[in-house]
Design a protein around this ligand. Structure first.
Ligand SMILES: CC/C=C\C/C=C\C/C=C\C/C=C/C(=O)SCCNC(=O)CCNC(=O)[C@H](O)C(C)(C)COP(=O)(O)OP(=O)(O)OC[C@H]1O[C@@H](n2cnc3c(N)ncnc32)[C@H](O)[C@@H]1OP(=O)(O)O
Ligand SMILES: Cc1cc2nc3c(=O)[nH]c(=O)nc-3n(C[C@H](O)[C@H](O)[C@H](O)COP(=O)(O)OP(=O)(O)OC[C@H]3O[C@@H](n4cnc5c(N)ncnc54)[C@H](O)[C@@H]3O)c2cc1C
Length: 684
């Protein structure tokens, strides 16, 4: 059902609308909503997985938003100490309320937490995001029974301590040691050098009482590589660091101001043998080591986190385009015809070219996140049955997609900010927090270049497997198929065909993967050792991995539209969005499609012309497309992206709250300005 508004006094005529009834909607925004060719609520239901799920999400969000205990002044006006304290206060309230509201389902808990934290970090982010998942994945039965209830009931608060001052990417090189002492049946944890200090773990600086610590295991004088240990860091009585443990906050960062990322050092700290997490590998009381069924099972917490991050990026990018598109509909700039109202900036082609690729990407990544989450669950189930066959595939897929989507997401958020001109730079826009919260996703859980190289490593193996005529997993099956010659498009209408567009990305990915494999072979053929050849081929490998991920996203978008039931109106707009995503991708990477003659100049001209034409189709639906993300103002936290479009009123009200406006004359006047201006030297 369409939500109809009266132009000046907006009254929703159905209960489908999630937004409180605004007194007055900005007429430009209203005009956009009235002109849309589909019902955004329908798309909201689709994105959420059904009307029931949308309603459940809205209920969870409202529980948090309407709770007086969770209200506070805007975090933009808080100093770091206050922000940290506020985040902890809220985390504690959230934990209590989750129980009170009986939110037992994981999805509901997450929805509630995300609405309650708004655009700040969650004070127990690492506890829930990595500590609990690490315990769940790495504890054996007995350990689970002991540790999980403590962690789930917040009797202990945890973090995930892997990265060190000198080592982040190359985790085989971590220096923290865990040496087994069979005499006392204990491990001795030690930080042998400054570079071995654990550095970065979130919530470790001031909050956590425990950590899953990744350390090099030694037993019977032999090294067995990285293993997880649960270690108590602080007293459960008075929160003081335990003997032998040095802890602290690493200081202010680009963002994450409410987060206490920390450092940690061990001075021969003893922990019981059973504090090694023993689901996959064990050390017996006499020091005998039993190895895991797959060497990389210790890394599984990171795989799970990377999968989650694809959804997080889709969510953040959706927020950014919501702010920028709504603002672009209400902002008017530069008179075109004397005496005629300045146009909405959304009418400028350049503005559309800035925003619509990211609007399309936000949808593409949302659908991609559904598929990768589904695949993660499947593989997890297989692994629980002892079948580790698909772990490498999942690692390659999650590492690549985390990198590909976060590159685009970070870039998109910045472009959206720029598209809002000066106001985009104000904290009132929401962009500074959104950007700085999302920016480190390119770095944490595996630095993006490194992650794409991991995907490339897998693809190189697959290229060899394909060459030998052996079977490949489904998502790389295309590597064993022959190239299809030239792009068959003869006219613009051919180029709108989803199958043809998907084929073009498939062709590009296969060519670049095969090319990278050939470059590797020829480098090795010239007598270079593997690692030198690898380094020499980085530029080909990175391009191959990125093209593979790009193809995966295009293919997923196409498949989603083909396989999902939806109204004709929604199908029509998603089809245009998908065409635009693919065609814009071809246009932006034209060289790749021209390089081997797959496309010709004439076809590229048509691609460019279609990109221009599709702008119009998206333009008319742009506001409805962002409305369909269904972000309440309280969650978007942006004065530019408000649902009612009353931007200037909101900005003025917000600015009045700036702490500098508390007094008419600031202290510094009496301290500095007055003496300067009233001194004899300052006289003109
Ligand atoms: C999401 C959090 C939620 C909420 C919290 C809220 C806010 C908090 C914000 C941030 C939290 C951030 C946390 C962190 O950042 S934790 C630290 C993350 N650190 C990393 O991700 C380190 C990245 N480095 C690595 O993963 C590895 O060192 C790397 C893969 C780069 C290399 O490993 P290694 O040297 O051991 O491997 P290779 O020799 O290159 O390859 C050997 C072999 O292993 C395969 N492999 C590698 N990784 C995996 C894996 N995870 N699973 C399966 N297989 C893996 C690799 O492909 C090779 O296979 P083969 O080619 O067959 O030999
Ligand atoms: C906000 C934030 C929160 C974090 N939270 C946690 C946490 O809770 N727990 C935790 O353990 N860690 C955490 N980290 C640490 C994070 O996981 C690491 O910073 C990340 O894995 C990158 O490692 P690095 O810093 O060593 O980067 P580096 O590896 O030093 O990267 C620097 C440069 O070197 C390049 N490079 C490195 N290796 C290669 C290679 N093999 N080939 C080509 N190029 C290469 C990279 O591409 C990059 O350009 C956090 C970091 C941040 C920023």
């Amino acid at each position: 059902m369409i939500v109809l508004f009266n132009c000046t006094c907006a009254v929703p005529t159905t209960m489908d609308s999630f937004h409180p009834v605004p007194v007055k909607v900005n007429p430009d925004l209203q005009k956009e909503r009235d002109a849309a060719l589909f019902n955004p609520v329908e798309l909201t239901y689709l994105k959420d997985g059904g009307k029931d799920k949308t309603e459940r999400r809205r209920r969870c969000e409202l529980l948090a938003i309407n709770d007086p205990d969770l209200q506070h002044k805007d975090i933009s006006f808080m100093a770091r100490n206050e922000r940290y304290s506020n985040a902890v206060r809220k985390a504690v309230i959230i934990a209590r309320k989750i129980k009170e509201h009986r939110l037992t389902n994981m999805e509901e808990k997450q929805l509630y937490i995300s609405a309650a934290t708004q655009y700040d970090t969650y004070g127990f982010g690492l506890h829930y995001g990595m500590f609990l998942p690490a315990l769940s994945a790495q504890c054996d039965e007995e350990q689970r029974n002991y540790w999980l209830p403590l962690a789930e009931n917040l009797k202990i608060l945890g973090t995930y301590a892997q990265t060190e001052l000198g080592h982040g990417t190359f985790i085989r090189g971590l220096e923290t040691t865990a040496i087994y002492d069979p005499k006392t049946e204990e491990f001795v944890l030690h930080t042998p050098t400054l570079s071995a200090l654990k550095w970065w773990p979130g919530n470790m600086g001031k909050t956590a009482t425990h950590a899953v610590v990744l350390a090099q295991l030694y037993t019977n004088g032999k090294s067995y590589g990285l293993h997880p240990f649960i270690v108590q860091l602080r007293s459960l009585e008075n929160h003081q660091p335990l003997p032998g443990i040095t802890l602290g906050d690493i200081g202010p960062k680009l963002g994450f101001h409410s987060f206490d990322n920390g450092f940690l050092g061990f001075d021969h700290v003893r922990i019981p043998r059973r504090n090694m997490l023993m689901k996959y590998s064990q050390v017996s009381p006499d020091g005998f080591y039993i190895k895991p069924i797959h060497a990389k099972l210790t890394y599984s917490t990171m795989v799970e986190a990377r999968v989650t991050l694809v959804s997080d990026i889709a969510y953040s990018l959706s927020q950014a385009v919501t702010i920028a598109v709504r603002y672009s509909a209400v902002r008017r700039q530069t008179e075109q015809i004397k005496g005629v109202k300045e146009p909405q900036i959304l009418d400028y082609r350049t503005q559309q070219l800035k925003l619509f690729p990211y609007l399309a990407a936000a949808y593409a990544f949302t659908f991609t996140s559904f598929v990768i989450t589904g695949r993660y669950i499947e593989v997890q189930n297989e692994m629980n049955d002892g079948n580790m066959e698909s772990l490498s595939e999942l690692h390659a897929l999650s590492a690549g997609l985390k990198a590909f989507t976060s590159y685009v997401g970070n870039e998109g958020i910045e472009v959206c900010r720029l598209s809002c001109g000066g106001h985009g730079y104000s904290q009132a826009s929401g962009f500074p927090e959104l950007y700085t919260l999302t920016a480190p996703i390119s770095t944490f859980e595996g630095e993006n270049t490194v992650m794409l190289l991991q995907t490339a490593r897998y693809l190189m193996k697959c290229a060899t497997t394909a060459k030998r005529g052996l079977e490949l997993p489904r998502f790389v099956l295309y590597l064993s198929q022959r190239q299809k010659g030239q792009c068959p498009a003869r006219n613009e209408s051919d180029l709108l065909d989803h199958g043809l567009l998907s084929d073009a990305f498939e062709h590009r990915a296969r060519r670049l993967v095969i090319e990278a494999a050939q470059k590797m072979q020829s480098n090795i053929g010239k007598g270079n050792p593997q690692h030198v050849a690898w380094n020499n081929c980085h530029m080909y490998l990175l391009k191959a991995a990125s093209a593979h991920c790009h193809f995966y996203v295009v293919q997923t978008f196409v498949k989603y539209i083909n396989d999902t039931e939806m109204s004709d109106a929604v199908r029509d707009i998603l089809t245009s969005l998908c065409q635009f995503y693919a065609l814009h991708g071809i246009w932006q990477n034209a060289g790749d499609f021209l390089q081997d003659g797959y496309m010709n100049g004439n076809q590229l001209d048509m691609v460019q012309s279609l990109v221009g034409k599709l702008l119009d189709k998206i333009r008319i639906n742009a506001v409805a497309l962002v409305d369909a993300f269904d972000f309440r103002d309280e969650i978007l936290c942006s004065k530019l992206g408000k649902y009612d479009g009353n931007v200037y009123e909101a900005m003025y009200e917000w600015a009045k709250n700036s702490p500098l406006n508390k007094t008419e004359v600031h202290d510094s006047y009496n301290k500095y300005l007055r003496p300067l201006m009233q001194s004899s030297k300052a006289k003109l």
